[in-house]
Design a protein around this ligand. Sequence first.
Ligand code: SF4
Length: 469
Amino acid sequence: MKVKFILPALTESKGKYWRPIKYSLFPPLGLATLAGYLDADDEAEIIDEHVESINLNDSPDLVAIEVYITAAHHAYAIADHYRRRGIYVIMGGLHVTALPHEAARHADTIVLGPAEEAWPRFLHDFRRRQPHPLYQSLNRTLEHLPPIRRDLIKRKNYLVPNSIVVSRGCPHSCDFCYKDSFFRGGRSFYTYTLDQALREIQSLTGRHLFFLDDNIFGSLRFAHDLFREMIGYKRLWQGAATVEAIKNQYLLKTAAASGLRSLFIGFESLNQEALRNHNKHHNKIADYEAVIHSLHDLGIMINASFVFGLEEDNPSVFETTVEWAIKNGIETATFHILTPYPGTALYDRYLAAGRIRTSDWNLYDTRHAVFQHPFMSAAQMENGYWQAYHQFYSWNSILRSVSRNTTLLNRFRHLIYTGAWKKCEWLWAAVIHLKKLNIAIPILETVLKGKSPIVNFKEDRQLACRREI
Ligand code: SF4
């Protein structure tokens, strides 16, 4: 059997917002995971349209498409094309799970929720020529996951080929997050076993790792055991966490000792009431600055995420947020306009209140205001969003933010890391065009490396935190 896995390009790949490096970071790990379930004599290929063009004139036995919201229309066009030619199409992913009736019009079969257990059931039925139109994730476990088919990933197309995911989901339930709809009907947070995670890490060549888990600190016990084992592996890694999890000094220092060098953190807002209203009550603003200092003291850089347009926001939110980030020496920031994704509690609430302005999924890219805000017009939100980016990444702001670092080494890392990410688009475009991203990996590792933190696990405060784990 010949199977073609496709990750269709997001709409922005054809527009003015396209930044090639942003979509040449991570390979489609989910599709490589599904390919692991094929038989040894099956043929498989993975096409990631963000980094390569797609040939639509081939004739595989099966096409499997992963669908994100702003790629939905394009994904459906690809699916329709193959189906017109009599080729069987199965679709899954966040958008398919959120709007199954819409997706089902373009596929022979759809999969709802995480596919690790539903996909092999489908394969079994497909081989017997008895596939069903719908498969739903029933049992949530990663225990019997076969090896990920990393051999199908074209490593030279990515800056971070060593992407890794050792858990699924997140223990929290923010009302704007896709997570609740995707994991509906079962566990919404579960992890590899420790042995599985360590095996996967050891299978990756090179030094740099990027954990793409929604929240690598989601289980304090699992995270602690993983980081503790990783000490001595001499890895450098990046990942994502919540403010709440990294308040635990003992865990954070263990992470630093295991090679953590940069962390994506969803601060989202500087307004406690707004966070509470969006069910992100686990973020305590009073903790923000202490957490930032702890991370910077350990040489861990921060990619801060902020959302504009929460219910209590007003037009001052853009300037206030950016100034706060600069004042706190944040290295990189990701800004978003609040986006009520279909399937989320937020979408249902806004739909019921008549506040959804459009169902053009191409605009659900967190750059467009797709809902009515009580105090801001769509134009105000969109202008404020762009203004925030321009202000945060102006040279003046970068230098002000760099100056907040306490050591010369960290100032240097901050400057190079931020400058390379946002000020060298032409250089990245050239490197990507030449398919030479692999030459940037040692440079990235050097910048991330910094000075290995000296971690003293015996301090009383850390021991107190240790009891929480
Ligand atoms: S903490 Fe992050 S990943 Fe978890 S539910 Fe909230 S937004 Fe989603």
